[in-house]
Design a protein around this ligand. Structure first.
Ligand SMILES: [Ca+2]
Length: 420
């Protein structure tokens, strides 16, 4: 279940095995059991995942030492972690099969916050993929999810209400569909929802899948696939409004919802809660994983290059026309991992040494990097080394206090990034 693997033809999760030359038992098209994928990974040994103990990597010069502190476990296929911004201190853990669980003061509540598993097609890269709470959630009582619809695999963005009598349980019967996007292949479904500092909802859409973007969705301004969309879901317009400041409102041939294009599978993006800068991790094809950073106030409209470029290189090698494309601020090749999971900028008070560092990781190798600006450019460093068994990082998340967490898909653990 790497999010955006280099498959041709639909089935997901095979590319990282191929990339290390171990062969690949390709399952039937459609979706696969994540357990089967994990078994494959375990047998094949993902790149870099061969160390024997969770040894902390010595902090590179100028970088803080970090480690991972397990705060909870037992979640079933966790793929997203966030908070509601309502002062409750609760963490919300999205389980891929279609449930959202609440972690309240370190205790997982037995009753799911939401259970829409009957509507969700899982797993592989499909499933319930994220939840987002609007500004003012405590008073509004509604929230948004992104999921893959059963049985046709379309992406649905929908709104739900919290139950009148219990703030820890939402009502599945209150679904209002905001957006539906049909998906040509099973992989690359994007799935990130996040409210920006402008209170608009940003929606991550993958390129539709297969391998190499055969339908050229990333560069096609007439499709929502391969884009980040920005819509106004809180204005009361049905099903949503298009913000007047969207970058392509006056551009013929462009969907008005498009905020950014040229993305392959933006598997996790986030806004720096202090600056409003947008950090996007875009999963690569067979060679490079990348991080894109968009400063607050940029106005949107950037083209991040896929499928002309992969990372900092022309896709597939050779030459390409890069005019008008925005390159990543950081990239790594597949000797260090296979599928990026984007995180967030640390803005907590507990660990001053982590202030302003953007954390991101790799699903296969379990490496965690730090990224930060140096005034002229960007510096990165590996802050958590591979371990055995590998940490299968599907997502990062933050709580209301600005602490940053990582989810281990393999065993359901939620791990807090700490600076010992
Ligand atoms: Ca790119």
């Amino acid at each position: 279940m790497r999010f955006g693997v280099s498959d041709a033809g639909g089935p997901v999760g095979c590319g990282e095995v191929l990339s290390i030359g171990a062969g690949c038992a390709r399952p039937r098209a459609g979706f696969r059991s994540p357990i089967a994928l994990l078994a494959l990974l375990a047998v094949a040994g993902c790149a870099g995942g061969s160390s024997t103990a969770p040894t902390p990597v010595p902090a590179p010069a100028g970088w803080p030492q970090i480690s991972l502190s397990r705060v909870a476990g037992g979640f079933n296929l966790p793929v997203h972690v966030t908070h509601a911004g309502d002062g409750s201190g609760r963490l919300f853990v999205v389980e891929q099969e279609g449930r959202i669980r609440i972690l309240d003061n370190g205790v997982a509540l037995p009753t799911p916050f939401l259970d829409v598993s009957s509507r969700v097609l899982c797993c592989g890269e499909q499933g319930l993929l994220s939840v987002a709470f609007p500004p003012g959630f405590a008073a509004k009582g509604h929230f948004y999810v992104d999921y893959t619809r059963a049985p046709d695999g379309a992406t649905v963005v929908a709104r739900y209400n919290v139950s009148a009598g219990d703030g820890n349980v939402a009502d599945p019967a209150t679904e209002e569909v905001v957006l539906t996007v049909s998906q040509p292949f099973a992989n690359h479904n994007g799935g990130q929802l996040a409210f920006g500092p402008d209170a608009y909802l940003y929606i991550g859409m993958g390129d539709g899948g297969s391998g190499g973007d055969p339908l050229n969705n990333g560069q096609n301004p007439g499709t929502p696939l391969g884009k980040i969309l920005r819509v106004d879901v809180e204005s009361g317009a049905n099903p949503y409004g298009v913000p007047a400041g969207n970058p392509f409102l006056q551009t013929a041939g462009f969907l008005p919802e498009i905020w950014a294009l040229g993305l392959r599978n933006p598997w996790r993006f986030s806004f720096d809660r202090r600056t409003g800068d947008l950090y996007v991790a875009d999963v690569g094809q067979g060679a490079f994983e990348e991080v894109d950073v968009e400063p607050a106030g940029s106005g949107g409209g950037r083209n991040y290059g896929w499928n002309i470029m992969e990372g900092e290189s022309c896709f597939g090698g050779g030459a390409c026309a890069t005019a008008g494309l925005t390159p990543p601020v950081a990239a790594y090749d597949h000797s260090l991992g296979c599928s990026i999971s984007g995180g967030m900028v640390y803005r907590g008070a507990e660990f001053p040494g982590l202030q302003g560092i953007y954390f991101y990781g790799d699903y296969c190798s379990g490496r965690i990097w730090g990224l930060r600006g140096n005034g002229a450019g960007w510096d990165t460093a590996v802050l958590i080394a591979p371990r055995n068994p590998p940490l299968n990082i599907t997502t990062f998340g933050e709580d209301e206090a600005g602490n940053v967490y990582a989810a281990n898909y393999a065993n359901g653990d939620i791990l807090k990034i700490v600076a010992p």
